[in-house]
Design a protein around this ligand. Structure first.
Ligand SMILES: [Zn+2]
Length: 372
């Protein structure tokens, strides 16, 4: 080992080339820290990396901004949960039979395997973003008449200004794949996933998450509200502190505004975005993650315990939805070939049309006998 290790580096035993078996035994264990609640004094355990810690006794949230900077988060809210485990399954069951793509019988045929409560931390950045931009717009001008007609291109200077208010949510943990569905509920992401099985005509059935104001329906954080639905022991601590969440929102909104500005002219040369932050709130969102089994396969559903609705879910596509799609496609093809047959007196048109019609009928008969 060389002697000239600088003081800031890790101890020599932990360098990556040290064989696994020579490392200290506690190296593999997750690092657990402990502080006392600043309000009630209860011991609060937290995992390494967690910095926004909520006391499950009194509901006070402590933020470890750095070693010397421990603060209580004052602007601290909860979307109060209104449903427990059984009601969450009821909401998910209702969702399972809703819509064209799902079988009405589905809720009777699934087996609910697993339910998990989670109270997830989000920072909500309230702000106004304004952007001024300038650039050039390409225009065309036609001059002359008849044979002398020519089209000329020219650039016209353009500029504009737009402004919008946001309540921008920032999930307070690093890894959005740690729990199922976190990514699916971000605005614009795919949130509903139809399972088509082996069926090849996969049209529709999926859905994207809408942009909801997370502050709507918020109440002061109350551990009692969580206890009512047995969720108080499932508060997930945050890892991202307030300043970082604010910076994250600033850069995401600036990015969004730049994209919007760039779509307003052919060439945008100057963009200036200012994000004026009015406040940052910590909001806890209670959810139920449910796993059900259908026909040997597991599917997941995420229920918003506060809004009492499914936020994201996976579901098998019903056999009659498939048959309907199949028949529509085959009957359109049949009609096309019948038209060819009728129009050009070609016998093959009638034959092909007949084959596709028979295909649609056969698929319908097969579907009727198929077990779902
Ligand atoms: Zn406490």
């Amino acid at each position: 080992m060389p002697e000239e290790n600088s003081g800031v580096q890790e101890p020599a035993e932990e360098t990556p080339d040290t064989p696994e078996e020579n490392r200290p035994a506690d190296d593999s264990k997750p690092n657990i820290g402990e502080i006392s609640c600043s309000n009630c004094g209860a011991p609060l355990e937290y995992m390494q990396g967690e910095a926004v810690i909520t006391c499950s006794y009194c509901g006070t949230t402590t933020m470890l901004a750095d070693f010397k900077n421990i603060v209580t988060v004052e602007s601290h809210y909860l979307l109060p949960p209104k449903v427990g485990r059984d009601e969450a399954i009821g909401i998910a069951s209702g969702w399972l039979k809703k819509g064209f793509y799902k079988s009405r019988e589905l809720p009777n045929k699934v087996h609910w395997k697993q339910t998990e409560a989670r109270v997830l931390p989000y920072w909500v950045v309230r702000c106004t973003a304004s952007t001024s931009w300038s650039g050039q717009q390409e225009r065309t001008q036609t001059i002359g008449e008849g044979k002398n007609k020519t089209t000329k291109k020219y650039w016209e200077p353009v500029q504009g200004r737009f402004s919008e208010d946001y309540t921008w949510p920032v999930y307070a943990r690093e890894d959005t794949s740690e729990f199922w569905g976190i990514r699916n509920i971000e605005p614009g992401m795919q949130s509903v996933f139809p399972d088509w099985g082996k069926f090849i005509f996969r049209f529709g059935g999926s859905k994207r998450a809408s942009n909801k104001n997370m502050l709507e329906g918020k109440a002061d954080f109350s551990i009692e509200d969580l206890k009512k639905n047995n969720m108080h022991e499932h508060i997930v601590n945050g890892q991202i502190v307030q300043d970082r969440a604010e910076n994250n929102a600033r850069s995401r909104i600036t990015e969004l505004h730049h994209k919007q500005a760039e779509s307003k002219a052919t060439r945008v040369t100057d963009i200036d975005t200012t994000v004026d932050v009015q406040g940052v709130d910590l909001v806890y969102m209670p959810i139920w993650e449910l796993v059900y089994n259908y026909s040997g396969k597991d599917y997941r559903v995420l229920v918003d315990a506060s809004r009492q609705e499914v936020m994201s879910g996976e579901a098998p596509v019903g056999k009659w939805a498939k048959a309907t799609i199949f028949d529509i496609i085959f009957l359109i093809l049949a009609a096309v070939f019948f038209a060819i047959g009728a129009g050009s007196d070609a016998a093959w048109g009638w034959v092909a049309g007949g084959i596709f019609s028979a295909g649609a009928v056969a698929y319908t008969v097969w579907t009727a006998t198929m077990k779902e």
